[in-house]
Design a protein around this ligand. Structure first.
Ligand SMILES: Cc1ncc(COP(=O)(O)O)c(C=O)c1O
Length: 391
């Protein structure tokens, strides 16, 4: 399988959010978009081929989810040392959907949900839009990497009577791959205080050399009994438009509660193409593709690092241990977040994710998506250099 990740593909005319929403989000439609977390790289050809094969049949009616799809999830998760039983898998309409449903299933209005800012905005929304309160246990930046303050973590749980913990494993935007001991420590505190854990593991396949993803529920049977795992091939294989998600729940009572919540929303299956794509993705070809993709990301991150060191040494890169989202600390260049935003949008003409949307802790930060051909990075770097005169 030959793959050229540096081939540039125009997404104009495909309703791609990353492009279509530029005017609405940045106030101008000419920014180079490096924000929404999907890739400007092709969805693997073997997945496209599987969808085409299905389209050879002219009827796209109601479709039973096959056992082979559940088995594909079981086999895929086994790579992470996670032994999943097919009967423990429930399907959702994407991972964010699974997160919101977990809040609805395991808490009531007025209950408190714990998160670790800076964090992917839907973690806030899952609580806020469901009339739940938020407890915040911010991560702590130590020498350009985020750490957990376990004392604060437990204090929040006790002081705010937390019912549910939404964990991002690996973390977006911090890029941290949590170690087994960090996960165990969080789990022990949660179990001690009767807090159910939801572990969003959508970035778990995209882990860089030197790091290893640990599924929270794979640490011990006891921890699995207190954990809802959420995942999808959506990020790894650029399938976000197909809306795929699943939950793995070992605890029978929790599984029943979650299944009831799904039933109340009449959510049962993946859509037909999601089902086909999942099976094609979670395959031996998918494993090979993923390895090649990681090499491309690694090259792009190194390129970004070299560029910043040479041209913007005041900007710190929080080097991701997983995924293609790079959290950048601009505080050495700008003391004011609004001025940073203005400069990036109107002078550098770059569309990055606004750090403040990840919480207060994101002030002075921006998230850059490097899942693109090298030419996109080159363009971004040229624009940044040109914008230096406006500093
Ligand atoms: C941590 C995390 N969870 C969930 C999602 C969204 O996934 P989905 O499109 O399956 O809802 C993202 C997308 O960026 C993410 O980073």
């Amino acid at each position: 399988m030959t793959v050229n990740f540096n081939h540039s593909i125009s997404r104009l005319g495909t309703q791609a959010e990353k492009y279509e929403l530029r005017q609405a989000v940045f106030g101008r439609d000419d920014v180079l978009p490096m924000w929404v977390a999907d890739m400007d790289l092709p969805t693997p050809p073997f997945i496209i081929e599987a969808i085409k094969q299905r389209l050879n049949h002219p009827i796209l009616g109601y479709t039973q989810m096959p056992d082979s799809m559940f088995q594909a999830i079981v086999d895929w998760q086994a790579q992470h040392g996670y032994r999943v039983q097919a009967e423990h898998i429930l399907l959702t309409h994407n991972v964010a959907n699974g997160l919101f449903l977990a809040v609805q299933a395991f808490t009531r209005p007025g209950d408190t949900v714990l998160i670790q800012p800076p964090i992917y905005p839907p973690f806030y929304q899952a609580a806020e839009l469901n009339d739940r309160k938020l407890a915040l246990a911010p991560l702590v930046l130590v020498q350009d990497q985020y750490q957990i303050d376990f004392v604060e973590f437990e204090r929040q749980i006790i002081d705010q009577s937390v019912r549910l913990f939404l964990l991002c494993n690996p973390h977006n935007p911090a890029g941290r791959v949590w170690s087994g001991s960090e996960l165990r420590q969080m789990a022990e505190i949660c179990i001690k205080h009767n807090v159910i854990m939801v572990s969003d593991e959508i970035h778990s396949d995209l882990v860089y050399e030197g790091f290893q993803h640990t599924p929270m529920a794979a640490i011990s049977d006891d921890i699995a009994q207190h954990t809802i795992t959420l995942s999808s091939p959506g990020k790894t294989f650029n399938l976000a438009g197909l809306q795929i998600g699943y939950a793995i729940i070992a605890n029978p009572q929790h599984r029943k509660t979650y299944a009831q919540t799904l039933a109340r929303a009449k959510i049962a299956d993946l859509n037909l193409f999601g089902m086909v794509a999942l099976q094609a993705a979670y395959s031996s070809e998918g494993r090979v593709w993923k390895r090649k993709l990681m090499v491309h990301f690694q090259t792009n991150i190194q390129y970004l690092q070299l560029f910043l060191a040479e041209h913007f040494p005041q900007v710190r890169i929080i080097r991701p241990q997983a995924s293609y989202l790079v959290w950048l600390d601009f505080r050495g260049l700008f003391s004011d977040h609004q001025a940073l935003k203005h400069w990036l949008i109107n002078h550098a003409k770059l569309g990055l994710n606004d750090g403040e949307s990840y919480g207060e802790a994101g002030s002075g930060f921006m998230r850059m998506n490097i899942a693109a051909p090298k030419s996109t990075l080159e363009q971004a770097f040229r624009q940044l250099v040109q914008a230096k005169s406006a500093l």
